[in-house]
Design a protein around this ligand. Structure first.
Ligand SMILES: C[S@@+](CC[C@H](N)C(=O)[O-])C[C@H]1O[C@@H](n2cnc3c(N)ncnc32)[C@H](O)[C@@H]1O
Length: 361
């Protein structure tokens, strides 16, 4: 029995690590920029146990201040939930809260009325979708392992949303296309974030600790809020001051674009295609620039290389790198890592291709 339990626990762990509990200050820091959207709205938290979720805490506490119409939360209960979840009820549950005129506190979910769901509360279940249909805005930190599906569902149901995810999601083809088409964008507080994690999470060498109460924590340096709620940031012009020259802004060897290694260095006088780091999305104003593509995802290369060799500090070694991404031609196989594609080139990290917005003719 113990063995079976252990096996099921490690299967569950292997299957996914989706339990990261968002902290109230992170929610407050972001929501402060979106308040105007919530008046008269039904808010749905579809991956949240109201008994522990800080999203529930935030929206129930601020229900009257935001002028909400209704708050709904559903809590998922997977077959292995007893092994990892903070809830120990038999069923997945949901809760609907319609406010309290005298409210100046965060209501106790048990008093508001927790009701069982028939199914497991999966955001894709018929019950959850019925609740989703009632919602105007969905806000949560969803399971990262299901992020693509999660976002697709929100878009299919034409919902407004503000959701937290790892920056890696930007490089998923379908997520990237939504960003490129200006159907979604990044919120305000992207970057470093800390999350409580369940007790069964294994210790890690980095970005992991236990506090004095024994609570385990993990942190990430690349969290992002994705939203389709309009925000003033995306209408602000990025102030730039550098001018173009061929030395500081070399052309890629395999893409028809120049390399701009820092967003602040985008040249003010270059009107053609530029490769910029993904952090550009944090500053992106669709009135100032257009996004054309992402290296390695949906932008045409001008060259395909045959067999390549890695050269580190002049020494040749086997290359295990799959794709080279964007590359720049160099003068020699000097210090650092180069590739020999018939001549020396250096690999550059993944780049977004952008161009200054052209005035409509
Ligand atoms: C990243 S955690 C965040 C929890 C909570 N939203 C928060 O921010 O504190 C994602 C949550 O989604 C739940 N979950 C996993 N799969 C789910 C599914 N298919 N449907 C709904 N919720 C799911 C997990 O159990 C987990 O509690």
């Amino acid at each position: 029995m113990a063995k079976a339990l252990n096996r099921s626990l490690s299967d569950a762990k292997l299957a996914r690590e989706d339990e990261f509990y968002t902290q109230l200050p992170d929610i407050e820091r972001e929501l402060r920029h979106h308040k105007k959207h919530f008046e008269g709205k039904v808010v749905y938290l579809n991956c949240d146990d109201p008994r522990v979720s800080n999203f529930f805490h935030y929206f129930s506490y601020n229900f009257e201040k935001l002028g909400l119409k209704k708050l709904i939360a559903t809590c998922y209960k997977s077959q292995n939930a007893d092994l990892w979840s903070q809830n120990d009820s038999e069923h997945a549950i949901y809760l609907e809260y319609a406010g309290d005129v005298n409210n100046n506190y965060s209501p106790d979910p048990e008093e508001v009325g927790i009701r069982p769901l028939n199914g497991d509360g999966d955001f894709r279940s018929a019950e959850s979708i019925e609740l989703l249909k009632q919602a105007d805005i969905v806000v949560t930190n969803p399971p990262f392992s299901l992020f693509r599906e999660y976002l697709r569902q929100l878009v299919e149901h034409d919902k407004k949303f503000l959701i937290l995810a790892n920056q890696n999601a930007i490089t998923y083809r379908d997520v990237f296309l939504l960003l490129k088409e200006n159907k979604i964008w990044l919120g305000y507080n992207n970057g470093q974030m800390e999350f409580k994690v369940p007790d069964y999470y294994e210790p890690r060498a980095t970005r992991y600790w236990q506090d004095e109460d024994g609570q385990k924590w993990r942190s990430f340096g690349n969290m992002c809020w994705f939203t389709n709620l309009d925000i003033s940031k995306r209408h602000e012009e990025l102030i730039l001051y550098r001018t173009y020259n061929t030395t500081d802004y070399p052309k890629y060897d395999n893409y028809d674009a120049i390399e701009v290694s820092k967003v602040v260095d985008i040249p003010i006088d270059y009107n053609d295609v530029m490769g910029v780091p993904l952090t550009f999305l944090d500053k992106y104003n669709p009135g100032q620039f257009e996004i054309l593509g992402l290296s390695g995802t949906d932008y045409p290369t001008t060259k395909k290389y045959g067999k390549k060799e890695r050269v580190v500090d002049g020494e040749r070694m086997k290359s295990n790198t799959g794709t080279l991404g964007c590359v720049i031609r160099t003068d020699s196989f000097g210090a650092g890592t180069h590739f020999d594609v018939g001549y020396p080139v250096k690999g550059i990290y993944r780049r977004l291709f952008i161009r200054r917005k052209r005035p409509a003719s």
